[in-house]
Design a protein around this ligand. Structure first.
Ligand SMILES: [Fe+2]
Length: 283
């Protein structure tokens, strides 16, 4: 069987050479082959999102679905999937649990775009999934951002919490399944805030509908929500790969399995692998 890396549709490329001004890193010269056009990257910077329709081939999509279904069967039992603000089943630490996701630690179509906007030193902050169901209550997600660490007033040495979330939809994103909804450019607005359990429409909101196998890349602090998966829809499977600079903390969600699959990646891993798994790339 071919690897997931070979099951990606053709994307534009450009080379972005970086040099890390570090006295310690072994590899300072780093050229990123970015899987996007410079214009697409600029739109991601300005507007906080980039929609990549049909990133995966049909075979790739089938592989991803099979892997996620396996984990769902293992973990769903007995779990309440009707959380009020964040409905659905959340699965965490996917690379530690299935070889396909372990293989995606160095997944260039998303990783290279993360490096285009965050720099060459990035880690995977989280690698999760959310599955919502047509016949369960509260299968929606409230307005939120992923780095809720900004204070009012902003301190003089404010550090903007930049991160990138790559949302890979394994099922069609349509009105019955629940579109993604966001406020363009809201990642730059450090003053905007809305309380928990806010599901209301907002001026300027954009609804994203897309075919299965699409990837929506958003800044981690773009205000967004997911509309409910309805009884007219199908199971809605979403994989979320989150990248941040190496020096930010990793996500607090879920329990990292002891002796998970990434242990072997770390033991035999190069400098880049250590950075991606959160144990290098900062001094
Ligand atoms: Fe989110």
């Amino acid at each position: 069987m071919s690897t997931i890396h070979e099951q990606v549709t053709t994307q534009p490329h450009y080379a972005l050479p970086y040099r890390v001004l570090s006295q310690y890193l072994a590899t300072k010269e780093r050229t990123v082959e970015v899987h996007a056009t410079p214009q697409e990257v600029q739109q991601l910077v300005n507007q906080g999102y980039l929609v990549r329709e049909r990133l995966f081939t049909d075979d790739g999509l089938a592989q991803l679905r099979a892997a996620l279904d396996e984990l769902e069967a293992r973990e769903r039992q007995g779990k309440n999937v009707a959380g009020r603000g964040f409905g659905g089943l959340f699965l965490r630490h996917l690379p530690d649990k299935h070889p396909l996701f372990c293989d995606m630690v160095k997944f260039e179509p998303t990783l290279s775009i993360a490096r285009a906007v965050l720099g060459p030193l990035v880690q995977i902050r989280g690698f999760s999934a959310r599955i919502s169901y047509p016949n369960e209550p509260s299968q929606e997600v409230q307005w939120h951002i992923h780095q809720q660490v900004i204070s009012d007033p902003l301190p003089p040495f404010f550090v903007h919490p930049h991160g990138l979330d790559c949302l890979i939809y394994l099922d069609e994103l349509n009105d019955a399944n629940g579109p993604l909804c966001f406020l363009p450019a809201s990642h730059w607005n450090t003053r905007f805030h809305t309380p928990t359990e806010d599901f209301e429409d907002k001026p300027g909101q954009v609804l994203v509908r897309a075919p299965a196998g699409s990837c929506v890349i958003i800044h981690s602090n773009l205000w967004h929500r997911a509309l409910p998966t309805t009884p007219q829809g199908t199971k809605r499977r979403l994989i979320i790969i989150t990248y941040t600079p190496t020096w930010m903390k990793q996500a607090p969600y879920g329990v990292k399995p002891e002796n998970g699959l990434t242990q072997a990646l770390l033991q035999g891993g190069d400098e880049e692998m250590r950075e991606l798994l959160g144990v290098g790339g900062y001094t």
